[in-house]
Design a protein around this ligand. Structure first.
Ligand code: ATP
Ligand code: MG
Length: 299
């Protein structure tokens, strides 16, 4: 494993890592930030991403062989922030058998008949796998908070719906994540932070090119009207749930090439912290391997 490369990845991701929520302010992150890099560095950034993808593939192979840890990557963002593209690019090198992606949409009737963690708990990655949540239980303090009428659909006993509801949801997130962490799931959460102006530009592109029409929905444009409420909800959610062992990365998302290298770097950093290695066969297993080899050679 290329230690110098891993170190560089760690340094690139670090400025965007939030592991002490109390000090976090969304206003401190500029969606257009590209650190010391500018658009002339784009080709080099692409090269670094390609190298990162190879490193990730190698690490994932060990994660799978070792079969002890699992990695859960949670992606949240406003529409058109580039979640899908980031997931597609960063994970492009990994073996599909070791990676599971789930997209969480508005909950179904069956899902509404359960507590809000149920549908996510069912889709957690198995040991040795990388699980990606494209949206997640975090929608419960984002879209549901911005649109409280969604809460009514959840059929909670009225007695349980009070002022403390959002605080209680944050508590649920934290204890759920602590539980998973203690049982071998490493959690990293990403908020791809796009500006309102850049979202407008991307929506217009979707409207102007026929091959992108399918990506546009009028509902997405309507959600823009609630922009400030969403930003407040994101800030509060991150402040309440960023912890050392389940950090958020608030990634500038106005430049897709930059978003992708930061996400890639954060994933490499997370995997590198696991001291992955191929399992060593036991004495007995080695004897079996030697015997099998002899038998094959003797055919
Ligand atoms: P894209 O639009 O890029 O295909 P998307 O993630 O926006 O991807 P959509 O099909 O638009 O996918 O569906 C996601 C919608 O479901 C979002 O508007 C989201 O807020 C909503 N949603 C997700 N979880 C919940 C939830 N728990 N309660 C209510 N709405 C939710
Ligand atoms: Mg959408």
């Amino acid at each position: 494993m290329d230690e110098a490369f891993i170190q560089r990845a760690r340094e690139l991701a670090k400025p965007f890592r939030v592991d002490d929520g109390e000090r976090f302010r969304l206003a401190d992150v500029d969606p257009a930030d590209t650190l010391h890099l500018d658009s002339e560095d784009k080709p080099r950034a692409k090269e670094a991403l390609a190298q990162g993808i190879e490193v990730l593939a190698e690490m994932q192979d060990m994660l799978y062989a070792q079969d002890r840890w699992s990695l859960l990557l949670v992606f949240q963002a406003m529409d058109a922030a580039g979640k899908d593209g980031a997931i597609k690019h960063v994970m492009s090198g990994v073996n599909p058998q070791g990676c599971q992606v789930f997209s969480f949409k508005a909950p179904s009737a069956e899902e509404l008949d359960h507590d809000f963690l149920w549908r996510c708990a069912k889709r957690l990655p198995e040991r040795g796998r990388i699980g990606i949540f494209n949206r997640s239980y975090y929608e419960e303090t984002l879209v549901v908070r911005v649109h409280p009428e969604l809460l009514e659909k959840q059929k909670l006993p009225p007695k349980l719906v009070g002022e403390k509801l959002w605080k209680q949801r944050f508590q649920s997130f934290r204890s759920f994540e602590r539980h998973l962490t203690r049982n071998g799931t490493v959690i990293r959460k990403f908020f791809l932070h796009v500006s309102k102006g850049e979202q407008r530009k991307r929506f217009l592109e979707r409207l102007e090119s026929p091959e992108k029409h399918w990506k546009f929905s009028a509902a997405d444009a309507r959600e823009r009207e609630h922009w400030d409420a969403y930003m407040e909800a994101y800030e509060d959610t991150i402040r309440e749930t960023a912890r050392k062992d389940a950090p958020w990365y608030v990634v500038p998302a106005d430049n897709k090439w930059f978003t992708r290298i930061v996400v890639g770097a954060a994933v490499i950093d997370a995997m590198a912290s696991l001291e992955l290695a191929y399992p060593k066969p036991s004495e007995e297993a080695r004897a079996e391997l030697a015997a099998a080899r002899q038998a094959l050679l003797g055919e």
